[in-house]
Design a protein around this ligand. Structure first.
Ligand code: HSE
Length: 311
């Protein structure tokens, strides 16, 4: 089964491990076959392939496949071919996309009848490859598309999917500085997250995350952008992001309604309400990094759909 699995951006500022959005581009193309035999095979092609481990125990797709195989009392071999279009270790859900694709494909191919919560939960297991632990924000977006909210804990995993009204004008400008290996990158960034948080900051972040959710429901990019101001996690991680302050300033001065680190970084993502403004912002973000002597890649995307079959 051949699938298209999108990049995603998690947190959107204040929604650490809660809020995410699937992007219209870039995406991975993943081919999954179930064959006779036993085990899991992974091959990776594409621009970023050399950065992706093919050992199934270190690869998000491999972890998801082995999780599903461990439930089934059946002999089978799962062969996974990943054509990597999503930059790796950039904070753009490059581990979530193949993980979501494997959960989706095996559910269909083996008629497992998983609920969407179950599918997101299984895909989240794959995040151990880069984060060391499960987190469900990116895999929710990669699985269901558009904006997503996840809540983990009492009562199990809850997932809420928000598709902005048709015709909404929400544009993301994304800048990707050079990145390293996928393995363990997010885990390091998670190690910086503060253990204790003051109440004033919690109140600010809850209000800001609520603004983002309201903006997604209404299709209002200004509300989304104004909500993207995190006072808890982002200040602790900003040191990992090259040219953080310069990129932020450039985006806001060019008309962005808001900007945040994308996932665990080092990419940054700004929001605006027209393609033209979004292009101007991405250029300004790119130039801000070039001015610091940092090569980067910048592009524009919109909220998009989740994993889908290409057959
Ligand atoms: N919520 C996760 C984190 C997203 O910020 O660590 C990683 O892409």
């Amino acid at each position: 089964m051949k699938l298209r699995a999108p990049a995603s951006s998690a947190n959107l500022g204040p929604g650490y491990d809660v809020l995410s959005v699937a992007l219209s581009e870039p995406y991975d193309i993943i081919d999954i076959e179930v064959e006779e035999g036993r085990g899991i095979g992974i091959s990776v092609r594409g621009e970023y392939s050399y950065m992706v481990p093919t050992d199934p125990s270190r690869n998000s797709a491999g972890l998801v496949a082995s999780r599903i195989l461990s439930w089934l009392d059946a002999e089978m071999h799962v062969e996974i071919e990943i054509d990597k279009g999503i930059p790796v270790a950039a904070g753009l859900g490059s581990s979530a996309a193949p993980a979501a694709a494997v959960a989706h494909a095996l559910d269909r191919m083996l008629s497992l009848g998983m609920s969407r919560e179950r599918m997101v939960e299984v895909a989240g297991y794959g995040e151990r490859a880069s984060a060391g632990v499960e987190h469900y924000d990116n895999v929710a977006a990669a699985t269901l598309g558009w904006f997503d909210i996840v809540r983990v804990g009492e009562g199990g995993l809850r997932v809420f999917n928000i598709r902005p009204p048709k015709g909404s004008k929400i544009f993301f400008s994304i800048v990707v500085p050079p990145t390293g290996s996928a393995y363990g990158k997010t885990g390091k960034a998670r190690g910086l997250v503060p253990k204790n948080v003051d109440m004033k900051s919690v109140i600010w972040n809850v209000a800001s995350a609520s603004m983002i959710v309201t903006g997604a429901v209404l299709g209002d990019p200004r509300l989304i952008g104004e909500g993207m101001r995190d006072v808890i996690v982002e200040p602790a991680r900003s040191g990992l992001v090259p040219g953080y302050s310069e990129v932020r300033r450039a985006a806001l001065e060019s008309g962005a309604f808001g900007i945040a680190i994308s996932g665990a970084g080092p990419s940054m993502m700004a929001v605006s309400g027209s393609k033209e403004v979004a292009r101007r912002i991405s250029k300004a973000m790119w130039e801000a990094l070039a001015h610091e002597g940092i090569d980067s890649m910048a592009f524009v995307a919109e909220p998009g759909e989740g994993v889908s079959s290409m057959e």
